[in-house]
Design a protein around this ligand. Structure first.
Ligand SMILES: *Cc1c(COP(=O)(O)O)cnc(C)c1O
Length: 226
C-alpha cells in the first residue's frame, strides 16, 4: 500500500539523517509522480504530502490543473525535475515553484524573459552533469562559478543550490561527493544557495547521509511506473 511505502521511505530518511547527525526536518521529500495518475497525487496529499516532482511539462501541466480541481483547498509545491526545453518555460512557470534542472545559458535567458513579464519568483537548482555524456543534460561542474554568477544576476530567480543525478552503473557515492564539493563551491559564492537536491529511490539514504536537503523519490513510494 502506498501509505506503507511512504512511511517506510520517511523512516529510512529519518534513520539516514540520524546516522549523519542531521535533523530529518532539514530533508525535504519530493515525491516524483511521473507516469502516475492525479488520483495517486491526491492520495498522497491526503496523507499530508505537499511536494511533488514531474519531469515532462505536458504531463505536469495537466496533472497540476487536475489536482487543483480535486484538492482545491490545499496548496502543493510542484518541482520540475526533468530536462527543460526553453519553449516549455512559460508553461512550467504557471505551476512550478521550483525548477531542479537549470543547466544552460539559453534556458536562463528564457526564464529571465518569461519571469520579467510577471511579478513572480521561482526557486532554481543548477543541475550538474557528473557523467562524460553531454547528452544527459546538466552543467559541466567546472562552469559552475561562472554560471552561478549569471543566475544570481536575475532577481526573480532564487538560486537554491545544486542538483545531481548519480550516473548509471557507477558508485553513487563518487558522484554525490562531486555534488557535495560543487555545493560547497556554490556556497562560497552565494551562502544562501545552500540546498542540495540529490538522491532517488535507489540511493536516497546515501544522499541524505552525505548532506542532501531535497531527495526526489518516485517508485519507492508510488510503485513501478509500468
Ligand atoms: C524519475 C526521476 C526521479 C525519481 O526516480 P525513482 O528512481 O523512481 O525514485 C528523480 N529525479 C529525476 C530527475 C527523475 O527523472
Amino acid at each position: 500500500m502506498i501509505s506503507q511505502r511512504l512511511s517506510s521511505v520517511r523512516e529510512r530518511i529519518a534513520n539516514a539523517a540520524e546516522r549523519a547527525g542531521r535533523n530529518s526536518e532539514d530533508v525535504e521529500l519530493v515525491i516524483v509522480t511521473k507516469f502516475h495518475p492525479v488520483e495517486l497525487v491526491a492520495e498522497l496529499v491526503d496523507l499530508g504530502e505537499r511536494n511533488f516532482g514531474e519531469n515532462k511539462d505536458q504531463e505536469a501541466s495537466a496533472k497540476s490543473d487536475a489536482l487543483s480541481l480535486l484538492r482545491s483547498d490545499v496548496e502543493v509545491n510542484w518541482h520540475f525535475v526533468g530536462q527543460l526545453q526553453s519553449n516549455k518555460v512559460k508553461s512550467v512557470l504557471r505551476y512550478a515553484s521550483t525548477i531542479h534542472s537549470l543547466d544552460r545559458d539559453s534556458l536562463l535567458a528564457e526564464l529571465k524573459k518569461q519571469l520579467e513579464k510577471t511579478d513572480q519568483t521561482v526557486g532554481c537548482f543548477i543541475e550538474l552533469n557528473l557523467t562524460d555524456d553531454p547528452g544527459r543534460g546538466g552543467l559541466e561542474p567546472s562552469n559552475l562559478g561562472l554560471f552561478a554568477e549569471k543566475v544570481l544576476a536575475v532577481p526573480q530567480i532564487n538560486l537554491l543550490g545544486v542538483m545531481a543525478v548519480a550516473g548509471l552503473g557507477v558508485d553513487p557515492r563518487v558522484d554525490f561527493e562531486k555534488a557535495v564539493l560543487a555545493s560547497e563551491k556554490l556556497r562560497s559564492i552565494s551562502p544562501e544557495s545552500r540546498y542540495l537536491s540529490m538522491g532517488m529511490s535507489e540511493d536516497f539514504e546515501l544522499a541524505v547521509e552525505l548532506g542532501a536537503t531535497h531527495v526526489r523519490v518516485g517508485s519507492a513510494i508510488t510503485g513501478p511506473r509500468g
